[in-house]
Write a protein that binds this ligand. Structure first.
Ligand SMILES: Nc1ncnc2c1ncn2[C@@H]1O[C@H](COP(=O)(O)OP(=O)(O)OP(=O)(O)O)[C@@H](O)[C@H]1O
Ligand SMILES: [Mg+2]
Length: 287
């Protein structure tokens, strides 16, 4: 099947603008700094896994921004054939010709950050075959149409992988593929940091931010039916609150969550409005 190249992702290959108020644990920041240094010796592969909306794509963008690197993002989740990232056959005036895509150009651009989104969900298992070669030690791939393509010095491949109920996790990823990556696991922010992010990014007041974070964490931790409330969602909820919505309304209009669960969560919140401080022992810093 032919795909419109633009549907494969953001292929502008520009150095992205840094995002303010993006927080990561100190150890992940230090790890990314080591990856940056390591990539000067040879191309490096990093797999970032975590739940939906926990900041994976932002981490990749921020890595590119901070290090002044061009970024190219490709949606692996929609690939159905091995060669599809490289190009496809087109028809013009009754003649067929090969149209090269930007993936070969991105991997041949020194220092480029190549982001492979949803690496765990290609439409066809064999779609990743040609990727294996560029991720492997020899860092080159042969294509009939383009000849030998070599990965340029300093290229960093970031693959992101969604983990959660309907997604397969890192352990389910093809062993040969997983074997080629450093792995970074991300999670939602601890409450006091998410509170800070909501405050800074949306301007929601302290009371609102604290209630949103508290309810979100109750829903995430719901023992009968945990609800995935992403950081993307808590930001959306906070924005509605800054537009005058009540906390209840903001949750109702943002999440697909059963009324029962929401009501019982709000009720328990009402009973113990206390603000629990989750502590994972890590220090979080703006990255
Ligand atoms: N640690 C964080 N600090 C600040 N903002 C965050 C953080 N994590 C996520 N966000 C914000 O939440 C939104 C979603 O983040 P992002 O798109 O990076 O998540 P993702 O994990 O790639 O999502 P998906 O699983 O849907 O691909 C963005 O607006 C991002 O800025
Ligand atoms: Mg993403």
């Amino acid at each position: 099947m032919a795909v419109d190249e633009r549907s494969l992702g953001d292929i502008s290959m520009l150095v992205p603008q840094p995002e303010e108020n993006f927080f990561l644990p100190r150890d992940i920041i230090e790890h990314l700094e080591r990856i940056e240094r390591l990539s000067r010796k040879h191309p490096v592969n990093v797999l970032v896994a975590g739940k939906q909306g926990c900041g994976k794509s932002t981490l990749v963008r921020q890595f590119a921004a901070r290090n002044g690197r061009p970024l190219a993002t490709f949606q692996v989740g929609i690939l159905s054939e091995p060669g599809q990232l490289f190009g496809d056959m087109r028809l013009k005036n009754g003649e067929t010709y090969y149209q090269q895509f930007l993936f070969p150009q991105a991997i041949q651009t020194p220092g480029c950050v190549v982001h492979l989104e949803e690496i765990n969900r290609p439409e066809h298992p064999k779609a990743l075959n040609m990727l294996f070669s560029v991720l492997a030690e020899d860092r080159q791939v042969w294509t009939d149409e383009l000849g030998l393509i070599k990965v340029a010095p300093g290229v960093v491949f970031f693959a992101t992988l969604n983990e959660g109920e309907e997604f397969v996790g890192v352990e389910m990823l093809d062993a040969a593929l997983r074997d080629r990556f450093y792995v970074t696991l991300m999670d939602y922010l601890p409450p006091e940091v998410e509170f800070e992010v909501l405050r800074r990014k949306t301007g929601v007041d302290e009371e609102g931010a604290s209630a949103i974070v508290n309810i979100a964490n109750q829903l995430r931790g719901n023992s009968q039916e945990p609800v995935m409330v992403s950081t993307r969602h808590t930001l959306m909820i906070a924005e509605l609150v800054t537009m005058g919505a009540s906390i209840r309304e903001a949750f109702v209009y943002s999440l697909q969550v059963s009324r029962d669960i929401l009501e019982s969560t709000l009720l328990s919140m009402h009973l113990e409005m206390g603000y629990t401080k989750g502590d994972d022992g890590r220090t979080y810093l703006p990255y």
